[in-house]
Design a protein around this ligand. Sequence first.
Ligand SMILES: [Fe+2]
Ligand SMILES: [Fe+2]
Length: 287
Amino acid sequence: MPSSESAPPLKDVLDASERLPAFPDVVWKVMPLVRDMAPVQEIEAVIKYDPVITAKVLSFSQSAHYARRQAITSLRDAIVLMGQQQLVQIIMAACASRFFQSESASGYDLREGELWEHAVAVALMTEIVGRRLGYEDVFSAYTAALLHDIGKTVLHLYVKTYFDSILSLVREKKMRFLDAERQVLGIDHQQLGTMIACRWKFPAEVTTAIEYHHYPLQAKENRTLVSIIHVADRMVSAMGIGCGVDSLMQPNQDQVFVELGITSRMVDQCLADLVEALRETKQFLAS
Ligand SMILES: [Fe+2]
Ligand SMILES: [Fe+2]
């Protein structure tokens, strides 16, 4: 790595992101089946070849959340028990967690595992907010929320190296962390995350939500989803879950809450719902 005085060539950052493995193929095979409510045997036939997903589905079905209903002994039973939405969430989380597992994101002043905890909490909060607002595209919302900071898993190494330069722009020029990150590194984690999600062939609503999650008012399309991800991100950060150094100088964008019709009372209720949801989904957090 070069010294903190000279910026890294953008090519280095892009090459590092290119080295990320492909998103697990199983998602594209299983999601249409789940969404179309295909026979359970067809879903099982795809899932059973992925040991990580199989383990997550089985362990979640055996958790306290379901324990009193019936004993689960097979993957097929677990799939039947879980229902469409829960299955989507577990499969997505099992696939996405692979990219966060070994990342400490220390460049963003996050401890090991905290970026994944943040991703899961934002995904759960997105679900909570989306339900209250009647937002129906659960799959895209959950996916975008889980991956909204995926750019950080690559960029954190560079943020760490050039931290002093970034922080001095934040302090002296009163820049937002994201803008300082972009000025010093040539790219910010929204842009890099968008490139990664495009390479993984996620749909446009997911990539747009990643691209504008800090600046939803700039989004020309999919504004509702982008705004939901933004408010979920802000509420989770306000609870101190994955609230790293880039939360410095966050602009007051309450207009986004107003546009969505989210009142401060609703915020309180969402925060309480999240505490409950986090208690029920501890398995997601164990990588
Ligand atoms: Fe972010
Ligand atoms: Fe975030």
